[in-house]
Design a protein around this ligand. Structure first.
Ligand code: MEV
Length: 320
């Protein structure tokens, strides 16, 4: 393989993501729909340095090898990218910057891993295909989550919303005119590893009761694909409401998430649900106009959400 000694700073960028429908059931082979949140970027730089590698992130500033278990995913991403680039011994100062909270179902681990991988490859002037980048990010995600479906790795680096199933993604170019997604942080950390592992145990112990609920989540994700294609916001909202009920029946919700989704519905949301692994993290709510999104956002803030964001749903810029 051709080797380049890195001499310059490399940069990488990914984004937060919101899962519209299909979290958890995607792990069991069902489809899921996710939206990259391009207003919430994760940026990384990789600067070649002498001496030990260094990590500057929101929660750690110090030598990479002292970053601790919480950063194992980031360290794995860094090592995999150096290996892939043919410079496994080169030290870097890695800096990540993001405007969204971590461990809240917005894909921070996949976004950080993806941005670091791109930054190291850029510094080493190493080209990689989309499949290579996905596989490298999945190596890091395995450290974070055990057996990730790949949905987060795909969605956090996608230029457009995606349908994801069985490790394969397809862009969704359809849009719902005027629709907005309101995202609200519950302020509670959610561990995806714990949520996915706990559900797996319950599924193995009681497949007869848990299996049909997981199948229903998959069917609701397929309904979302159709609703997006038809521009049918009420159908998408109804699928989101039902998905939240099913996720709660699977013990993946918390009272604070139930309260936030109820508050969004009272303020006029067409549908609302938790998003991501659950047991904390964020909720999403579907609004049929910018004005409705403002009302829902205010209601969520009054209900105690420490941070909220609005994302415009129409996807006009699908450039393949
Ligand atoms: C809960 C889950 O479906 C999404 C986490 O963002 C896990 C996965 O897809 O690997």
């Amino acid at each position: 393989m051709e080797r380049h000694s890195p001499t310059r700073e490399g940069r990488g960028r990914t984004w937060a993501k919101a899962i519209l429908l299909g979290e958890h059931s995607v792990v069991y082979g069902h489809p899921a729909v996710a939206v990259p949140l391009h207003d919430l970027p994760m940026q990384a730089t990789a600067t070649p340095v002498p001496g030990p590698s260094w990590l500057n992130s929101l929660d750690h500033r110090g030598p990479m090898d002292q970053a601790g278990p919480r950063f194992a995913c980031v360290v794995r991403a860094f090592e995999a990218a150096r290996e892939f680039s043919g410079c496994p011994e080169q030290s870097f100062e890695i800096t990540t910057r993001s405007d969204f909270p971590h461990e809240r179902g917005l894909g921070s681990s996949a976004a950080a891993a993806g941005a670091i991988i791109r930054a190291v490859l850029d510094a080493c002037r190493r080209k990689a295909s989309a499949d290579d980048l996905f596989a490298l990010t999945q190596l890091a995600e395995q450290v974070a989550h055990g057996k990730p479906s790949g949905l987060d790795a795909a969605a956090t680096s996608s230029p457009h919303p995606i349908r994801f199933k069985g490790g394969r993604m397809r862009p969704l170019s359809q849009c719902i005119e005027q629709a907005h997604l309101v995202i609200a942080d519950s302020g509670v950390h959610g561990s995806t590893r714990q949520a996915v592992g706990g559900l797996r145990l319950r599924y193995e112990e009681n497949t007869g009761a848990i299996g049909p609920l997981i199948d229903e989540l998959g069917a609701l994700a397929q309904t979302a694909v159709t609703a997006l294609g038809d521009g049918d916001a009420p159908a998408l909202g109804a699928a989101m409401d039902r998905a939240h009920t099913v996720l709660a029946e699977l013990d993946l919700s918390l009272p604070v998430l139930d309260e936030l989704t109820a508050s969004a519905r009272r303020a006029g949301a067409l549908g609302a649900k938790l998003t991501g692994g659950g047991l904390g993290g964020c909720v999403i709510a579907l609004a049929d106009s910018a004005q409705a999104a403002d009302r829902i956002r205010s209601a969520l803030e009054r209900s105690g959400a420490p941070a909220t964001w609005t994302h415009r749903m129409p996807v006009s810029e699908v450039k393949e």
